[in-house]
Design a protein around this ligand. Structure first.
Ligand SMILES: Nc1ncnc2c1ncn2[C@@H]1O[C@H](COP(=O)(O)OP(=O)(O)OP(=O)(O)O)[C@@H](O)[C@H]1O
Ligand SMILES: [Mg+2]
Length: 303
């Protein structure tokens, strides 16, 4: 089997549609003949099974994290022939970075084409570490200022975290104050964070260094009008001006009562309302994402 692609679905904010997107992406990829595994890694309250239309499984990711089971023993079948899932845990526990590393390494050894992690909201280190190991990072943003702000924070946190991990033997100053200093001192577009970091830390940052091999991808969910469609491109522009960071705007999904109705009856939206405009919108986006290897060549994230 060709190498496994790992996806993570995250957001700075809760309740924005991560599990809806993760489950629908899983269904879409499995229908495109990709053997797909969904892993509920929301440590603050798992709900992927509901979006997927499955009852909660007794064995869950906690059994792997606490060494009681291998990952393959936790895999559940779903009503879709190519789609499998691993139940999340209601026990947040004291998760360490090494737990995540073990989880991702074992996941990569499983016989799947696509593995999708549905993360919880925010920037806790376990999520940043999962994102760091993921080939594709999808952030879900809704068109409301608190959600937009929290997603900028998530992008910043992932950037700082990744720089720290990649270079921890070279930079020995805490990066967060450097970022705050940058934010206070500069107008957008005058100096990038990269240049500021160079002068503040003396780090010789190679212009060509790729922080993220593929760009972070933004999905704008729960769009209610044409004006909301500007949000994706504007986030992309801000990230370019501040961080020289390339963001892929993957698409917008309209607010559609089909989603919460399918949640309420515990049926996947793509199954219950396959001919809804949102279902069509989603499938088109999934097709584009599946071929992202091709178009990401020209969208390298270089900071
Ligand atoms: N495009 C949409 N249109 C209408 N309702 C939506 C849409 N996307 C999500 N919702 C609704 O928003 C709620 C939250 O969705 P979901 O559980 O997928 O979010 P989440 O980000 O995974 O939440 P949590 O952070 O709690 O895990 C659900 O009730 C769902 O029906
Ligand atoms: Mg969720």
């Amino acid at each position: 089997m060709a190498s496994t692609r790992i996806w993570s679905i995250g957001s700075g904010k809760g309740g924005v549609g991560k599990s809806f997107v993760a489950s629908s992406l899983g269904v879409s990829l499995s229908r495109m003949n990709q053997r797909t595994l969904l892993i509920d890694f929301d440590l603050s309250g798992p709900n992927l099974h509901t979006a997927l239309g499955e009852p909660p499984a007794r064995k869950n990711i906690d059994h792997f994290l606490s060494d009681q089971a291998s990952l393959s023993e936790l895999i559940q079948t779903t009503q879709f022939s190519n789609l499998f899932f691993i139940q999340g845990t209601t026990n947040p526990g004291d998760r360490k970075i090494s737990d995540v590393q073990r989880l991702v390494a074992e996941a990569r050894r499983l016989p799947f084409n696509e593995i999708i992690f549905d993360l919880g909201p925010g920037s806790q280190e376990t999520y940043l570490e999962t994102l760091r190991h993921s080939d594709e990072k999808l952030f879900i943003v809704t068109p409301e200022p608190p959600c937009i702000e929290k997603n900028y924070r998530l992008i910043e946190n992932l950037l700082l975290y990744t720089i720290k991990v990649l270079n921890f033997d070279k930079i020995n100053v805490p990066l967060k104050p450097v970022l705050e200093q940058y934010r206070e001192a500069h107008l957008p577009g005058t100096t990038t964070f990269r240049d500021h970091l160079k002068s503040a830390t003396g780090w010789t940052w190679d212009q060509e260094t790729e922080i993220f091999p593929n760009p972070i991808r933004i999905i704008v969910n729960q769009v209610r009008g044409d004006k909301d469609l500007d949000l994706g491109p504007s986030i992309r522009l801000v990230c370019k001006h501040f961080f020289s960071l390339k963001i892929d705007y993957s698409g917008s999904l309209y607010f559609d009562n089909a989603v919460w109705q399918s949640f309420r009856t515990v049926e996947p939206m793509l199954m219950k309302y396959p001919f809804s405009p949102l279902a069509g919108q989603f499938q088109a986006m999934a097709r584009k994402l599946l071929t992202s290897d091709l178009h990401s060549q020209s969208l390298r994230a270089v900071v």
